[in-house]
Design a protein around this ligand. Structure first.
Ligand code: NDP
Length: 326
């Protein structure tokens, strides 16, 4: 028997999450069984612990879109008992049972060997948010980062915190957009050199082009803020669009694309091929300072998850929650 956070749905369609004891026979089909050490809390987890957001197919459900741990049993040649592994994406924790559990059973294709430089706890401090931040930085590097500070929106959140720390470590000036002024010291510890108040970028676009300010942008917010930012990019600069914490609409004009050659780069972490995931984890191990990662960590247990799920949907989680499932 082992413990997991199980979400059930009643006849009125209301969901309820609680820690339960499960048996291995209840785990879904898969070729690798993992003793999970740590998981984390992402925005999507907030949806899957709570109302579902259209992501969860079947109940009862075990959420947790990412986890790190040790292989307990494997029917696949690539993994053997004792191997350290990490999983993000592939709709684990949404369509498949996830990491809020002491045991998980998944497809070998979904796993990545944990880089030897990282512990399972560090890997989950990074988590889906962090690996997505790394993928966004890699996409910006490929497109070319221009002069001027690199803007990070939703900076005190998971994606934003990791993006800030990586970009600062790579030597870029980082301008961090936050709606929480009390996080200023935290963002400066991560390496932000400039704090931009959320209100400054909240208004909808009035002029399609403003001053050329930012050399690149990792955007976790979307919505009207992303539309404003497009008009403030340097000539030829790129925005990596990662998230929608501020809305899914993009009330923008095409003028920044046509007159300034601005690029909008879409970042998906869920279906990334194995090679890209491995490359991103390798870059995390070299380019994310572990002392800064440590500063982002908020420790939690399985029992804390119902509250944390609600908090992240309200934008009230700072940095990276690391869930010790044992
Ligand atoms: P968090 O909740 O940790 O961070 C989001 C941050 O956005 C908040 O901390 C807050 O930062 C800011 N924010 C929240 N609400 C608003 C608002 N209404 N207007 C402006 N800013 C707001 O979430 P994550 O970092 O885990 O994820 C960020 C986004 O990225 C989510 O939309 C998530 O779904 C998406 N995502 C996408 C992935 C992909 O594969 N493309 C993978 C992972 C995440 P502050 O307090 O500093 O203002």
């Amino acid at each position: 028997m082992f413990k997991a956070l199980v979400v059930e749905k009643n006849e009125e369609g209301k969901t309820h999450a609680a820690v339960q004891e499960l048996s291995e026979a209840q785990l879904p089909a898969g070729d690798v069984t993992v003793d999970v050490a740590y998981s984390t809390v992402n925005y999507k987890d907030g949806l899957c612990i709570g109302p579902g957001g259209g992501l969860v197919r079947n109940y009862p459900h075990v959420p947790g879109i990412d986890f790190a741990g040790t292989v307990a049993a494997s029917d696949d040649d690539r993994y053997k008992p004792g191997d350290k592994v990490v999983l993000t994406g592939w709709r684990v924790g949404e369509a498949h049972w996830g990491g809020y559990s002491q045991k998980a059973r998944v497809q070998a294709d979904w796993l990545v060997p944990l880089p030897t430089a990282l512990t399972p706890r560090q890997a989950m401090a990074v988590g889906t948010a962090g690996i997505t931040a790394m993928l966004a930085v890699m996409a910006l590097e490929k497109a070319g980062i221009k002069d001027g500070p690199v803007l990070v929106t939703g900076a005190a959140g998971g994606v934003g915190s990791v993006a800030t720390a990586i970009l600062a470590n790579l030597g870029y000036q980082v301008a961090a957009v936050t709606g929480r002024p009390e996080t200023e010291d935290y963002l400066k510890i991560l390496g932000a050199t400039q704090i931009v108040a959320r209100e400054e970028l909240n208004e909808t676009v009035k002029r399609p082009l403003e001053g050329e300010t930012w050399g690149g942008c990792v955007d976790a917010v979307g919505g009207p803020m992303l539309a404003r930012v497009l008009g403030q990019m340097q000539y030829g600069a790129s925005v990596a669009a990662v998230g929608l914490a501020g809305g899914a609409n993009l009330p923008a004009t095409v003028i920044p694309f046509l007159l300034r050659g601005v690029n909008l780069l879409g970042i998906d972490s869920v279906m990334q091929p194995f090679e890209n995931r491995q490359a991103a984890w390798a870059r995390i191990a070299t380019d994310l300072p572990m002392d800064k990662l440590e500063a982002m960590i908020v420790p939690a247990t399985l029992a804390d998850l119902p509250d944390l799920g609600r908090d992240i949907l309200k934008g009230q989680v700072k940095g990276r929650v690391v869930v010790d499932v044992n």
